[in-house]
Write a protein that binds this ligand. Sequence first.
Ligand SMILES: Nc1nc2c(ncn2[C@@H]2O[C@H](COP(=O)(O)OP(=O)(O)OP(=O)(O)O)[C@@H](O)[C@H]2O)c(=O)[nH]1
Ligand SMILES: [Mg+2]
Length: 399
Amino acid sequence: MKLKTFTAPTYTEALNKIKTELGDDVVIVSSKEIKRKTLSSPGLYEIVVAIEDDVKESEPTKNDDVLLKLSTAAKEINSLSKMEKKENVNNLKPVKNDEIMALKEEISKIADSLKYLQATVWDINNKNELELPPEFSEIYALAKSSGIDSKHLDEIMRLTIKYMPLKMRKNRTAIKRYFHTLLKKMIPVRLEREIKPPHKKIMMFVGPTGVGKTTTIAKLAARYAYKLSARHKVGIITLDTYRIGAVEQLMTYAKMMRLPIETVVDPSDFEEALNALRHNDYILIDTVGSSQHDKEKIEKLSSFLKVNTFAEININLVLSAITKYEDLTDIYNNFSILPIDTLIFTKLDETRNYGNIFSLLLDTKKPVSYYSIGQEVPDDLMEANAEYLLRGILEKELS
Ligand SMILES: Nc1nc2c(ncn2[C@@H]2O[C@H](COP(=O)(O)OP(=O)(O)OP(=O)(O)O)[C@@H](O)[C@H]2O)c(=O)[nH]1
Ligand SMILES: [Mg+2]
């Protein structure tokens, strides 16, 4: 008689593994929960079974590959659905509703992994020569579905497979942790530094139409004026005099917060407006939203940057998290005739996939400074941090 240990995220999954591999002729010696399930990571259950010597173990998964995993998952689904059918049809013993629900949940979980394994196999076979060991397939599928660009993901995978210590690879949690640390190191973040008088900061916000530039300015104005450790003097300038209602939108916020605001039409007025507000610690400048293809409008913005100022104008490119990577790249490239200093991402509340943001940060090496996470002024704004982005890359549920 031999002892064999099986582990899985739940007791039922561990049991199903045993049934698939060894059938019913086994004796459970012990079972215990090794790691409790948390919001961010699955649990771990261990079952030790005794096997009669004449029970044949399945082949060791030495050459285990993604395809083999696929067929194992398929077998598991098969046996689970048979189990459910048998119990229902023969009605040997009454099956409780919640048992069926639990089984269904397990089946759908396995079906999910199958779906992602299939996606991975497709990728490996059709798109590139990346040979993905099976233990990496979950993390690959997660990152891929978050919108990370393939060239980034494949390169990261290639390097990981090459350098990750073998010992670590055996454990899904360790692999996840490794990736988490690796990706975190790759996200450039600009930490907020409060201005100390006599220093001043002039920030201009540029970007496509409707991404949330004006709303972000209102939130930041409130933050700098009322929410930091010291209260700062904040002035606002708007260059967006084209769009009907744009000036009123910002005027309303400025009035509510009792902050001075100047409206500027031409570059010649701009210098005057800056000087009128020079007693402020922060000057926030709103601009008209431009399609990335409207070169003329973007060039007009650069003409404002030629004026003499008492502090450097810091350019913040505002981008929406719901824009796909290819479009983010296009927008960035077209706006980069301006000296972009920092990126701000908005509408992070409207998606749970942040891989597109990650890829853009990787390409541009520009730091991200703030996230806008809703429409509420001033509350739905936060300082950027890598962890928050990683939640939308490695921590989400596969769906
Ligand atoms: N869900 C969500 N909506 C947002 C967020 N930020 C802004 N919005 C909404 O997006 C819409 C456009 O916001 P604006 O601030 O006017 O965008 P803008 O970039 O100034 O637009 P233009 O000046 O027309 O180019 C408004 O309805 C905002 O409430 C965010 O983080 N999440
Ligand atoms: Mg606006």
